[in-house]
Design a protein around this ligand. Structure first.
Ligand code: PMP
Length: 352
């Protein structure tokens, strides 16, 4: 979370704009909260240039619930399988979960190289008429990012592309002409945990399987303006403050340029070192999540302790991968990355 946003939320916590109540105390249908909601939605639509024929839904359940909610809504659209491109742990989970709701097919996988590459779209083995094609556009754990979304039409496939953009939403523009549905938990770039963003093309609404819970039927949620049931009001308010902060930074193009510069500095430091190593193919290295290893694993504990002493926190890699991982979400300033690379260079000269 940007520090500015946290300070603003703290200042407004007990009394929002002279209303005599805090946001958590408001009715979700009251004038005050509705104005917060409408502003947040309008700001997000503007920031991400979401076209008018897409609905923005503010839901709950996180990325993992969407692994079920997407098939519950889209598997029944037509008879074909749901196709999956597996590029790391998160798309693997999506693939497994979807199989509970209908036929699935594996279109491509990078498992053989330990999730360090992105299979080129031309090599994907798509089903004849898939219900949809799922891609995790940024694999948070393995640090693999799809920098240019595939053009399914050009591959002769008329199915909608579904992207899990949980861990890089709002870090760069989205090419909506190539996307049918995008979903993501808010807790990386958008706001606090508890809010899930779904952006869905209108023609994909209204096809939910009969067993789909009513509160997770995208059509119900869209028709009710995300108020089919009580939405996560405080998380929506916080996300709205983040969207305004993003606009003050110059919008998505400006934040993307900053993200590129931050990631380039860290990758350069890793690649120019004889101690640190990143195994991801250069054309699909994530700008958000950068896993790296110390060639001498015995130095891991010392590296982390030294980092902690400098307030460089949460650098321990995911347990399934090991090593280190730096997450450079939107709110991480360049100064934070500079402090990390300064420490990495110092540690390399004098490891202990
Ligand atoms: N997809 C991706 C790409 C993620 O990074 C995560 C969480 N780290 C998830 C899904 C799961 O999200 P949640 O914890 O919100 O269910």
């Amino acid at each position: 979370m940007p520090a500015e946003v946290l300070a603003q939320a703290a200042a407004e916590m007990l009394d929002w704009h002279g209303s005599g109540m805090g946001v958590m105390e408001m009715s979700h249908r009251g004038r005050e909260f509705v104005s917060i909601y409408e502003q947040a939605e309008a700001d997000l639509r503007e920031l991400l240039a979401v076209p008018a024929h897409f609905k923005i839904l503010f839901m709950q359940g996180g990325g993992l619930a969407e692994n079920a909610i997407v098939p519950l809504n889209l598997a029944g659209r037509r008879a074909g399988a749901m196709d999956f491109v597996v590029t790391g742990s998160w798309s693997q989970k999506s693939f497994k979960e979807a199989a509970r709701y209908g036929p699935v097919a594996l279109a491509a996988s990078n498992e053989a190289d330990g999730h360090t590459s992105l299979p080129p779209p031309a090599s994907w083995r798509l089903s004849p008429k898939p219900a949809y094609v799922h891609l995790c556009s940024n694999e948070t754990i393995h640090g693999v990012e799809c920098h240019e979304l595939p053009d399914l039409q050009a591959l002769g496939c008329d199915a909608p592309l579904v992207i899990d953009f949980s861990s890089h939403a709002a870090s760069r523009p989205v090419d909506w002409a190539r996307v049918g549905l995008a979903f993501g938990g808010a807790q990386k770039n958008l706001g606090p945990a508890g809010l899930t963003l779904v952006v869905v093309r209108e023609d994909l609404l209204g096809h939910a399987l009969p067993v789909c819970p009513s509160a997770f039927d995208y059509k119900n949620v869209a028709d009710a303006g995300s108020m089919f049931n009580t939405p996560p009001t405080y998380a929506i308010y916080m996300a709205g403050l983040v969207f305004q902060w993003l606009k003050r930074q110059g919008g998505i193009t400006a934040i993307e340029a900053r993200n590129r510069a931050k990631a380039a500095l860290l990758y350069e430091t890793i690649d120019n070192s004889s101690l640190y190593l990143n195994r991801v193919a250069p054309d699909c290295r994530s700008r958000m999540n950068i896993p790296f290893f110390l060639r001498d694993e015995q130095l891991n504990a010392g590296f982390l302790a030294g980092a902690q002493a400098r307030s460089l926190l949460q650098l321990k890699g995911h347990k399934s991968v090991g090593g280190m991982r730096a997450s450079l979400y939107n709110a991480m300033p360049m100064a934070g990355v500079q402090a990390l690379v300064d420490y990495m260079r110092e540690f390399e000269k004098n490891p202990r």
